[in-house]
Design a protein around this ligand. Sequence first.
Ligand code: AHR
Length: 331
Amino acid sequence: MKISNTLLGLLLSAFFLTPQGAVAADKKTKEAPSARKSIVVGFSQVGAESDWRRANTRSMRETFSKDNGYTLILRDAQQKQDKQTAAIREFIRAKVNYIVLAPIAEQGLDEALREAKNAGIPVIIVDRMIQAADEDLFVAWVGADFRKEGDAAVAWMEKTFADKKDLTIAHLQGTMGSSAQLGRSEGLREGAAKNPGWKILLSDSGEFTQVKGKEIMQRFLSENRNIDVLYCENDNMAFGAMEALEDARVPYGRSGGLKIISFDATRAGLEQTLAGNISYNVECNPLHGPRVEKIIRELQNGGKPHKIAYVDETAFDAATISKADIDARAY
Ligand code: AHR
């Protein structure tokens, strides 16, 4: 019997390119992982806006390596939603086995994700979340509880400034509409609502970057220097804000004056916490590669991974952090 080229192509792609096909190939051959047909993962990353993000990309690259049996197609969306949508469509056209998506913002990806669903490609969401009308647009999500992170920062403020009747706050926000910004900002807003002396005087987005963090902090200082707390939604914006504070000769940290709260607790962020420049740093863990791989392994084996999985996180106080905390830091 003669098989047409098209049919042969379809059979081969069904065998090698679907998740189940990849398992079949693994079972059939008893070769080393690198010699088997690899699982193709398309990863749409937010960008390279922060140290956290770069550590996250490294974690994904290290996990989804050739040696581990994967082909990783990584696309950097440069913090632009249209690039993220284009990457998802490119992955669909390439018939990848899995799409892994780190969304820039919670809204706006439904259409592209529906196309992935219709193409039968499982989508795993990592880090930030999406707000979709249809829960079935993704199979699993793993990431941080950003609201809980905000609540941890607020609890520290309530304890630290318990004796202060009035507290003036400047708020450096992350990328607007991202889960990290929404959760951390909501924590502060609700904290201010239950502490009548707290006043959020200044608020703007530094888009999670050091350059923009500095620029916004310079503007804040030109508008009002009477700031007790800078609630800064990541380490890189905090570094930029510190540059602005130094240029303007405004005291901060352990030496007195304004106190900085930051998020991420990267190695560089923890060094600033140990130095007393950041007073409180709430952890956000970027090492998601192995977590996403665990989900893929479960799916490959016909299992049903948890739809939602939160990562455990902690926080560091400048008053109690030690050098050992920094030495233990992998990112
Ligand atoms: O979504 C996680 C956030 O994104 C991190 O706090 C920030 O540094 C990153 O860019």
